[in-house]
Write a new protein. Structure first.
Length: 486
């Protein structure tokens, strides 16, 4: 019944113009902002995340909705393309062809445990699917079910007030509902953020349907960092301090946590001393749930028991665990590449010592798909081949930074080759909208029967590519003609 109602809402709202749809997103943003005190209080009670972190996360969620509203109001996502009839076209007479992107239908979204606002009920998947013109059925995460229900109530009330079709957004709970959501024939795509095991099971289920559907899954990542010899010589202590701060941020429960640090070898004692000092004032808190705590303990102990892996900085598995840093060598990982593929979701990371910088390209080749990879290098380092290799295996490559922190913007890409994700798309930023669209071409249609973005009169005032040339109408605040681009 929930999916049926969502489909009915999609049918009612699919022809809404960009301004109307943007107003729905803005209403949700205002609703969340106005209800912030209650939402944050619920999140504090239900998670072990502090109030400042939760307020920042909610601010991000509100910002994302407003940025997506701005994006769809511009009409760029429609990719309206017009090829007028041309009897002299190079390969023979061309009929009138006009193409645009349309919404795919109902989208099922599975929220994450580690970001109860930013990657949950109204996180990137839900927000971008609604921006694309889809209806959303969100499956609440059991780790913060009360918050999920409370957030959904705020969102649905805002949509109702704004005049959106009833059922455009809804919430379901429980495993049975989750499986039914993936199986329902009216569901046309799934967005997922979570574990590799859980995501792969749902991915396989979506592919096994009589009508397979896209599964946009973020399954995790190790997020390797490569330090050149020059950078190590110039900034060793700075690099190690930044590493310590990054892999422990949020108790190491960020999907972009650096889980591997490749450094020049032979100086383990110095590394231990610097890391121990950088972690000395670390304020441990509980992990998100007992299940995650147990998974963290098992993953660290499993890696510790692997031949060639040793403890560099000893932590613990107390209720609020102290950070653990492990150490191995490039020789050991070449012998057993699985060492590089074991995610430890919590405040732990692995330092890999190499003998010579020439090894880094080969070591990068042992990695599976990553959300991010990072280069800590100096300006005169010759790392072109390594940078190219990292671009092949990750969705975002950083230079002299740290991967935790994923800004919401136009150029952002949050994704990567499997097992980081199951697609080549992003779940963060304005480009996330395009996951939930598909192109349709209209051939030789009467002018009055064309969708508004494809009409010559352009009543929605959206960008149009006409006979290969872009025409971008001026937006509010632009001078007339300044939006045109021949």
């Amino acid at each position: 019944m929930t999916v049926d109602a969502a489909h009915a809402a999609f049918e009612k709202g699919r022809t809404a113009d960009p301004g109307t749809r943007a107003s729905w997103l803005e209403a949700m943003a205002a609703g969340l902002e106005n209800d912030a005190e209650s939402l944050v209080a619920t999140a504090v009670q239900e998670t072990h995340l502090g109030e400042p972190r939760l307020r920042g996360e909610l601010k991000r969620t509100v910002f994302q909705l407003r940025l997506l509203a701005e994006e769809i109001r511009s009409g760029e996502h429609l990719d309206a393309t017009i090829d007028r009839a041309d009897p002299d076209w190079g390969m023979g007479p061309r009929p009138d062809l006009r193409r645009l992107n349309v919404s795919i239908g109902v989208v099922g979204v599975f929220g994450a445990s580690n970001f109860p606002f930013a990657f949950s009920v109204m996180g990137g998947d839900s927000a971008s699917a609604l921006a694309a013109g889809c209806a959303v059925v969100h499956k609440a995460h059991d780790g913060h079910r009360n918050l999920a229900v409370r957030t959904a109530e705020t969102v649905m009330a805002a949509l109702e007030t704004s005049g959106a079709p009833s059922g455009l957004f809804s919430l379901v709970t429980g495993r049975a509902a989750a499986e039914a959501l993936v199986d329902h024939p009216l569901v046309k795509a799934i967005g997922f953020t979570g574990s590799t095991a859980g995501g792969r099971a749902l991915f396989d289920r979506a592919a096994a349907r009589p009508e397979p559907i896209p599964f946009f899954g973020e399954l995790g990542g190790i997020n390797a960092v490569f330090v050149t010899e020059n950078a190590w010589t110039a900034r060793r202590d700075e690099i190690l301090s930044g590493y310590a701060a990054s892999f422990t941020l949020g108790m190491g429960q960020f999907c972009t946590k650096p889980g591997l640090l490749f450094v020049p070898g032979g100086k383990a004692d110095g590394v231990r001393q610097v890391l121990s000092g950088a972690l000395a004032d670390f304020a441990a808190t509980q992990l998100l749930s007992p299940r995650l705590h147990e998974g963290y303990r098992q993953s660290v102990q499993n890696l510790c028991s692997t031949t060639g892996v040793h403890v560099l900085v000893e932590g613990d598995f107390n209720e609020a665990p102290a950070p653990t840093v492990l150490r191995t060598t490039s020789a050991e990982v070449r012998n057993d590449p699985s060492i590089l593929r074991q995610e430890m979701f919590g405040p732990a990371s692995l330092v890999v010592e190499y003998g010579d910088e020439s090894e880094l390209l080969e070591l990068a080749g042992l990695l599976e798909g990553q959300l991010t990879t990072t280069l800590q290098a100096e300006a005169d380092d010759e790392i072109s081949d390594l940078a190219a290799r990292l671009a092949d295996l990750s969705g975002r490559v950083l230079w002299n930074g740290w991967p935790t922190g994923v800004t919401v913007s136009y150029a952002q890409h949050h994704g990567g080759p499997y097992p980081a994700t199951t697609s080549a798309t992003t779940s963060v930023g304005t480009a996330a909208i395009r996951r939930f669209l598909r192109p349709v071409a209209y051939q030789s249609f009467p002018a009055g029967r064309l969708p508004e973005p494809l009409q010559d009169s352009n009543p929605w005032n959206v960008p149009q590519r006409v006979d290969g040339q872009w025409h971008r109408p001026a937006r509010p605040g632009q001078t007339p003609g300044s939006g045109d681009q021949a």
